[in-house]
Ligand binder design. Structure first.
Ligand code: NAP
Ligand code: SF4
Length: 674
């Protein structure tokens, strides 16, 4: 393992010494919408402080009601709220950590009717048209930032971060695209920078030198009409002169047509934009976006591109990330796979954030720590995500677990997912499971198909069935034709797929298979390929950092996806990642046909009708991605013998099964078994 000395080196920011260079980035969790919100937030952040993260940035709090993300969203503008914030800061400090309050005015992204902006220009991702702030209101907004900063320090925060990136209010002021003002806050480049710089100066004056002041700059806007690299570097220098202790870097606007943090984005791909900021200032600069391993973090600091690294989602995935780096047990880090499924996708659909690989995230108060009162002998059958997650969590509680898996390797459906371009992070998930199972001494029985006799004679106190799913075979004439193959064979690579393909079923797996057939794995692994595919100029020589050379994918394969529902294909994919997948498939000219009725498969191809019009698509292969059915053979065998085992994962409910539900259910069962 490469040495990880630099991320473990202390750093002084302002007058505060941080014990290491690893920072938990700001992330809105919506925990405030659950019961006992302050207790939950305190437990959530304290767990990260206990895990030795150098610094925590809170989720964004608006300085005034018109700047909230949504109605009821986080707002900190009154002394009556001090106690709820003190619950958080005291918990973090008691755990040995430091926490900063992020002040975020959502500007034209606020999903509220009275949202405001520098100019009345609607964002693509909001239904509300913002009202233009008057000059007097801009000055009042500045006062609101200062008021919130002062309240934050009074509540015990170690400083504040002023959010100036991602297309929120201050970013809207700095970009010509969204700032058409003619007063002292618009027009020239200097006038557009005025509001953020005045805020930094005023906040610094109010909170003094003892508290940390961070400004989050947009290191690349990824919007036509955004700032150029030269302007960003100039602005960074002025942020330093205005009194910031540290510059954090943001990437793109929420409405950008370029993905910035999904799993299809290569790790640390934004380093050139970050380096541009770093070279312009002498205060520390923090890198962010798609940094999920200690090695990547170390490389960013060693190369001189950044002084610290911010990791938001990786700290949801593993609160002990920094501690494991210090202890040299980085192979036990539960790595964020950048799926966005349980964090961003939930937040964007008005639910609370948690983590696919760590269901305890944001739910710390629901999962008691410590061993079970009695150590039981537990058999778990199935080595997919639910079986492995159960085995690990039960074993951590002191149970003696034996895991049976019919295949010779662990992983189940994860082994299929990792073959899809853009899903290479699943390798990390498998590594985490394997290492933890090994360290916890879970007895593994691979390549063994167990039956009811084996389990009943095995002297187990508990039997858990996690036997997963079987692909659903639809009832279509000619389904046994040699052209018909299952997605399992395709993703395993056991069949050679022809150049004309029909995919039946357009759920998560149908889309994955389409991407497998036409996608380019390099785009999610290599910076150059990614920039070329998405038209990015990483050094922002052109304003906004977009390049005209957005190359369209050419593929020799003609792929057509079908579903029976009349709605657009991909409507139910994750909100933050579905658009990326659809854009990639569109570029590869994949056809999508909703409302299909399948009539037959024969030598001519796939026969179907849409709106009563009969058609035939000549194809070499028809790939079945038509959902799953629960694999309950063993469960039923045991039931017939008078034993009712526990049932988890796809074997329990196959419909719309995903790893999120499987791991959550398994973890909860492991905690429930006493
Ligand atoms: P899914 O999301 O339930 O989609 C099943 C698809 O099959 C639908 O498009 C459905 O659309 C169609 N279908 C259902 N019954 C059919 C029938 N009898 N005949 C023909 N078509 C039928 O299931 P999935 O795609 O298998 O994904 C399962 C879960 O795993 C999802 O939550 C997904 O996000 C997750 N996932 C897993 C992987 C993996 O590799 N394991 C990868 C990506 C996603 P119509 O009924 O409209 O035809
Ligand atoms: Fe990372 Fe996925 Fe967990 Fe979000 S849900 S923190 S993206 S692993």
């Amino acid at each position: 393992m490469a040495a990880l000395n630099r991320i473990l080196t202390p750093l002084t920011v302002g007058t505060t010494q941080l014990p290491n260079r690893m920072v938990m980035g700001a992330m809105h969790t919506r925990l405030e919408t659950l019961d006992r919100p302050h207790e939950r937030l305190a437990a959530f952040y304290a767990a990260r402080a206990e895990g030795e993260i150098g610094l925590i940035l809170s989720g964004g709090y608006s300085p005034n009601p018109e700047g909230v993300m949504e109605n009821g969203g986080p707002l900190f503008n009154s002394a009556t709220q001090l106690d709820e914030h003190r619950a958080v800061t005291e918990a973090v400090h008691q755990a040995g950590g430091r926490i900063i309050l992020q002040i975020l005015h959502a500007g034209r992204y606020a999903k509220v009717e009275n949202c405001v902006a520098p100019s009345p220009i609607k964002a693509r991702i909001n239904t509300y048209v913002p009202r233009e702030l008057t000059t007097q209101e801009v000055w009042r907004t500045l006062e609101d930032f200062v008021n919130t900063a002062a309240l934050a320090i009074e509540a015990g925060y170690d400083g504040v971060e002023i959010m100036g990136s991602e297309g929120y209010l201050l970013n809207e002021f700095t970009a010509a695209l969204t700032n058409h003002r003619e007063d002292e806050f618009g027009g020239s480049f200097d006038a557009r920078l005025r509001l953020p710089l005045e805020i930094i100066r005023a906040v610094r004056q109010r909170i003094g030198k003892g508290a940390i002041l961070i400004y989050r700059i947009s290191s690349i806007d990824l919007m036509e009409g955004g700032m150029s690299g030269t302007e960003i570097a100039n602005f960074a220098g002025q942020v330093e002169s205005a009194g910031a202790d540290l510059i954090n870097t943001g990437v793109g606007w929420h409405e950008s047509a370029v993905p910035t943090i999904g799993a299809t984005v290569p790790r640390a791909v934004w380093r050139e934009s970050i380096r541009n900021v770093k070279r312009a200032v002498s205060i520390p600069v923090m890198a962010s976006n798609r940094i999920n391993t200690p090695e990547i973090a170390e490389a960013l600091i060693t190369s001189g591109d950044a002084d610290l690294v911010s990791m938001a989602r990786p700290l949801l995935a593993d609160p002990d990330f920094a501690k494991k780096v210090r202890l040299g047990t980085t192979d036990e880090i539960n790595t964020c796979i950048a799926c966005n499924q349980a964090c961003l996708d939930r937040i964007f659909t008005e639910r609370t954030a948690t983590c696919l690989v760590n269901p305890r995230a944001g739910r710390e108060i629901e999962f008691p720590k410590g061993p079970a009162p009695v150590s039981k002998r537990v058999a778990v059958v199935g080595g997919g995500p639910s079986g492995m997650a159960f085995a690990i969590n039960a074993s951590e509680r002191g149970h003696r677990v034996t895991l049976f898996e019919a295949d010779t390797q662990l992983g189940g459906q994860l082994n299929l997912a990792k073959a899809v371009p853009g899903k290479a992070e699943f390798h990390e998930m498998l590594r985490y499971f394997r290492v933890r199972l090994d360290r916890l001494n879970v007895t593994l029985n691979l390549g063994k198909t167990v039956n009811a006799d084996d389990l009943l004679s095995g002297d187990f106190d508990e039997v858990v069935i996690a036997t997963g799913v079987k692909p659903r075979i639809p009832d279509i004439a000619g389904i046994d034709h040699s052209k018909v193959v299952s997605y399992v064979d395709v993703l395993k690579g056991t069949v050679e797929i022809g150049s004309r393909v029909a995919i039946i079923g357009a759920g998560g797996i149908g889309f994955d298979v389409a991407e497998f057939l036409v996608g380019d794995a390099e785009e999610s692994l290599l910076a150059e390929a990614f920039f070329r595919a998405w038209g990015v100029d990483p050094e922002s020589e052109r304003a906004g950092g977009l390049s005209p050379d957005n190359l369209h994918t050419s593929t020799a394969r003609a792929v057509c996806m079908f579903q029976r529902k009349a709605e657009p294909l991909g409507k139910r994919l994750g909100k933050s990642t579905g658009w990326i997948l659809k854009a990639k498939l569109r570029k590869a000219h994949v056809q999508m046909i909703p409302g299909a009725h399948y009539t037959a498969i024969d030598d001519d191809g796939l026969h179907y009708s849409v709106d009563g019009n009969a058609k035939v698509l000549p194809v070499d292969h028809v790939i079945l991605c038509s959902g799953q059915i629960a694999n309950r053979d063993l469960f039923e065998q045991l039931q017939a013998r008078g034993v009712t085992p526990r049932l988890i994962g796809g074997a329990d409910v196959a419909s719309e099964l995903d790893a999120l539900r499987a791991i959550d259910q398994a973890t909860r069962l492991a905690v429930a078994i006493v």
